[in-house]
Design a protein around this ligand. Structure first.
Ligand code: AMP
Length: 394
């Protein structure tokens, strides 16, 4: 048995799972929300049993302590779970980090240094790592980076066409994110189709959304760039736009850098276009004839269609498309609309299979296999972390 505790700390939340990466068995999972705000809430699930705790959690330290306490109170006992490693999700690994790393003081310093590239993400990731190492000093802590899978993107895909010296000085390049999910899902597709030479497009469509082009397990392009703002239309983020819009809004509307940041990251995307970032609401409203929701859905799916075409060209052909994450796994409408009209690329969905949304959803005569593949970032993090487990008895 090799149990791993996976910790995914956001700015005001901690998501966690206790699981065995070999058997995939999840013995407990939970979510603590509203750290540093009023009305903090911890939901802890063991099988069908849900335990809820409410309290004020001032910082990630108090939050993580509450998580450890609930494990001790309602189980399973962490001290008896046989934990071989703690896996931590870290968003930005920069130019040097190309895989999971054992956390030591030097790595903490590096994650801290990279916070300038990911100011919303790396600080909470690091805060949780620091507290977890203090509270659980006896096990190895492993950082698994969102950017690592895309570390070796070809230069022509990672480079922005700006002044080279400026880019070098300020580490401006395309890093890509959601890498743990893209790695897991593309590997699932290869396993499922029994081929290791596939040209695959993975569409990770959650509240954040990204696409990747993967050839034989190696990513050649991805839609998120220096930050998770670039690329697809997302719940609250704009994705691609003309950067001159920022100069224009600064000059004519007087928006400063923080206001622009908030506008594009928090008030754009589906939410900005039609008032909801939940695809279920958007689809329902579009079906009810609301014009702004119909337009938002059309912009969202048209952007997807463009990326699929672009990535087929980037890879010189296409064998598989995989949909994953909240929207990708659950919205037949988005899957259908985004691939409509791509028969010339060899893509043909089967209507009934798409409605069922389980496994292969393309027609038997479709040259490209289209699949729905549930992502499992926790499992992928646990697997990578388990690779650093100390030999038992050691
Ligand atoms: P994630 O970030 O992967 O948890 O995905 C969250 C997104 O999935 C939210 O925007 C939800 O609206 C969306 N989602 C969840 N269930 C459905 C569904 N049945 N149909 C459409 N979108 C869904």
């Amino acid at each position: 048995m090799s149990t791993v505790l996976v910790v995914n700390a956001g700015s005001s939340s901690i998501k966690y799972q206790l699981l065995d990466p070999d058997t995939r068995e999840v013995s407990a999972k939970g979510l603590l929300e509203r750290i540093g705000q009023a009305g903090g809430e911890l939901t802890h699930r063991v099988g069908e049993e849900t335990t809820t705790r409410r309290g004020e959690y001032d910082d990630h330290g108090e939050g993580l302590q509450a998580v450890l306490d609930v494990f001790e109170e309602v189980g399973p006992s962490l001290s008896e779970a046989g934990i071989v490693a703690v896996g931590h999700r870290v968003v930005q690994g920069g130019k040097a980090i190309d895989g999971p790393r054992l956390v030591d003081d030097a790595l903490e310093t590096e994650i801290d240094r990279l916070a300038s590239l990911a100011p919303l993400h790396n600080p909470p990731n690091l805060a949780a790592i620091r507290v977890a190492r203090e509270l659980m000093p006896q096990v190895p802590h492993v950082a698994v980076f969102d950017t690592a899978f895309f570390h070796d993107l070809p230069d022509h895909s990672a480079t922005y066409a700006i002044d080279a010296a400026t880019a070098e000085q300020y580490a401006i390049r395309r890093y890509g994110f959601h890498g743990t999910s893209h790695k897991y899902v593309s590997a699932q597709v290869a396993e499922r189709l029994g081929r290791d030479d596939l040209r695959t497009i993975v569409l990770h469509l959650g509240n954040g959304a990204s696409a990747s082009a993967v050839v034989g397990g190696v990513p050649v392009d991805t839609s998120m760039g220096m930050t998770p703002l670039e690329g697809l239309v997302m719940g609250t983020r704009s994705g691609d736009l003309d950067p001159a819009i920022l100069f224009h809004l600064h000059r004519v509307a007087g928006l400063d850098v923080d206001a622009l940041d908030t506008l594009l990251n928090k008030k754009s995307g589906l939410l900005g276009m039609c008032g909801s970032n939940d695809m279920r609401d958007v689809t329902k409203a579009a079906d009810a004839g609301e014009a702004d929701a119909a337009l938002a859905l059309a912009v969202y799916t048209y952007r997807l269609r463009r990326y699929v075409g672009a990535y087929a060209a980037a890879m010189g052909g296409l064998d598989a498309v995989a949909f994953t994450a909240g929207v990708g796994e659950n919205s037949p409408r988005v899957r259908w609309d985004s691939l409509a009209g791509l028969e010339f690329l060899g893509i043909r969905l089967d209507e009934a299979r798409n409605a069922a949304g389980d496994g292969v959803i393309s027609a038997d005569d479709s040259a490209v296999t289209v699949l729905v593949v549930p992502t499992d970032e926790e499992l992928e993090i646990a697997r990578q972390a388990a690779g650093f487990a100390r030999p038992s008895g050691g």
